[in-house]
Design a protein around this ligand. Sequence first.
Ligand code: MOS
Length: 754
Amino acid sequence: MTPEIRLTQAPVHLRHGSNIGQPVTRRDGILKVTGKAPYAADHHPPNMLFAVLATSNIARGRVTFLDVAAANNHPGVVDVMTPAHKPPLAADPDAKTDPFMFRLDLLQSEQVRYANQPIAVVIAETLEAATEGAALLAPKYEALPPRVGLDAGESFVPATVGVGFPTVVEHGDVETDLAAAAKIIDATYETSAQYHNAMEPHAIVATWDGDRLLIDTPSQGLALARGRVAGLFGIAPESIHIRSPFLGGGFGSKGFMAGPQILGIMAARLVNKPVKLVLRREQMYGPVGHRAPTRQRLRIGADAGGRLTALEHHAKTVSSTFDDFFEPAANASHTLYASPAIRTAHEAVRVDSGTPLFMRAPGEATGSIALESAIDEMAFACGIDPLEFRIRNYADVEPVSGKPFSSKALRECYARGAERFGWKTRPVAPRQMRDDTGFLIGWGMGTATFPALMFQGNARAVVRADGTGVVETGAHDMGQGAWTSLAQIAADGLGLDLESVEFRSGASDLPDAGIAGGSAHTATAGQAIHNAGAAVIAKLADLATGDDRSPLFGAGNAGVIARDSRLFRRDDETRNESYAEVLARAGLAEVEASGTAAADQAAQAEYAMHAHGAVFAEVKVDPDLGQMRVTRMVGAFAAGRIINPKLVRSQLLGGMIWGVSFALHEEALVDHRSGRVMNADLAEYHVPVNADVPSMDVLTVEEHDPHVNALGIKGVGEIGITGSAGAVANAVWHATGIRVRRFPIRIENLVLAV
Ligand code: MOS
């Protein structure tokens, strides 16, 4: 099936043969601003019905009654799916045969394990009828007291945290070194539960045709999604076609099929008609994952010269009562500051909430705000400027693994960011600066770091006799710009200009591009695309150099370069020929090849691979009201080869704004009596608006890392949050002299004290 989205027509500005590195404007931008980019919920196949979830008001207990008759009798209602009336599944939604198979609530029982858990699905001819039908269900419950928060129950040590990381890591002897330290910081920080709140809620339009299934739904992992659906419905993956050309944000919440998406497919099965199911905003606070709250204790020792001697980072977090995901917050201390002794450890409690999941920089975001705050506290205790303290303590090798990493790039981020910000006039003591209206001014900073990961990815490339090309990979564009940056790599890989390459993506029948997560998508899909292109060029070169009628005869593959739709002999560019000529002589309409990419295990064994950065923030605090404003931020980042500086800047800006959000805004407040999130909407779940971040400056530091992958790509999707949250928190301290260790920092933390 040919994907529906074609982006060869969009205007671009480019230099021939060097698409990579150009600030190409989003090729899908015009489609988006004119409303022509199809999102999942925009689909409306003939005879489509609307499904609306009924979700639980309680967080723990059992549904004892649903007024199914009332809902069924409502005009327009077609059917009501309940635990007693639903299509059969081929697999238990509570089965977990691999760590990435998260347990789903698919009406398998009357049991309620979190607030907002789906308890029924009403299917109707209109959205209104389905919504009214769902309200008529008027559920009755047998409720038990919910277990809420970090002290909900007995804590335990999980078997692993994050994606199979060890729970405890020890390097050296922390206790001995702490006992001998000249200065000690022992502080506990708390971070709040956060919800992804992608602008586009989870949505699905499901159409069955016998045992074939077409679904329109946003996905950060098409192959994983297809496999999950195949397993649950007992059908072949090849008979499932998922279209996901655009996502209105994902941030990790669309990495795996969530329960409500599967319920949409079940509803379509039940009524044997296409069904659309879209979550309401408040329904996203439960069944689609979130960032777990944490409580982190840091104990840090330093010697008289301001060098770290011991670093212990202990993180407590929560998971649900029925599944395992543990925010690996303490691991942030593995990769940055050198210390002879480092110990990280995790513990968890089970609460009556939906299962927490990956959320933009999972572990790194939560861990780094605590680590960067504690480092700041130690710098002040030592009487050293926090930038100087960080420079003194950055590591030349990754502290825990001992592998070399790109600390040189980090040093440059420190230097260039500080210079752009004007850091050198910063007084070491807090509460020293005011503006002309009397507002307190503070400057803070944080170090940013995020691993340079790669997954397994595949792509296919074609060059045609007319000089055009096609590149295909089932990549995911959450808004980060994959349609553009991956097409730039595709064009360069084929030696064509951007206009001549049709880039097909965003559908499950294309080669698996790997998950768009872990900031690894450009590296993974991009390297696969590059390799597919290189394989096509190698075939063309074989055709030319082996043919005595070609001006390239005898040049050998290594001696040929591809550019401007032509092959050139490397040592004599006057000897060249167009792809069209090569193909015509060979009697071929096109040449096709595949490419794959994966992390280089040998290189990973030898080197630690991370992107780095340094973020500087200025805040102003009203001394009478405690009101805080971030007035300016500068972030300098080194993230390997930059494919598209415009898109990279946008990703880093987004991450930095999330850092502001983390430090000052975002918090899901859970009612301890009901177990419900009380601010489950974008009015009361605060996120920054333009007025909250008036001036943001992003610098990228050139970095050539030959080890990460052949293209030298590191990710930029998540790193922006990591130093930024700490920078803002540290700036608030520097303005006020008040160290707030619970995030987000609130006015009431400051108002009585300033
Ligand atoms: Mo992400 S949390 O790697 O989408």
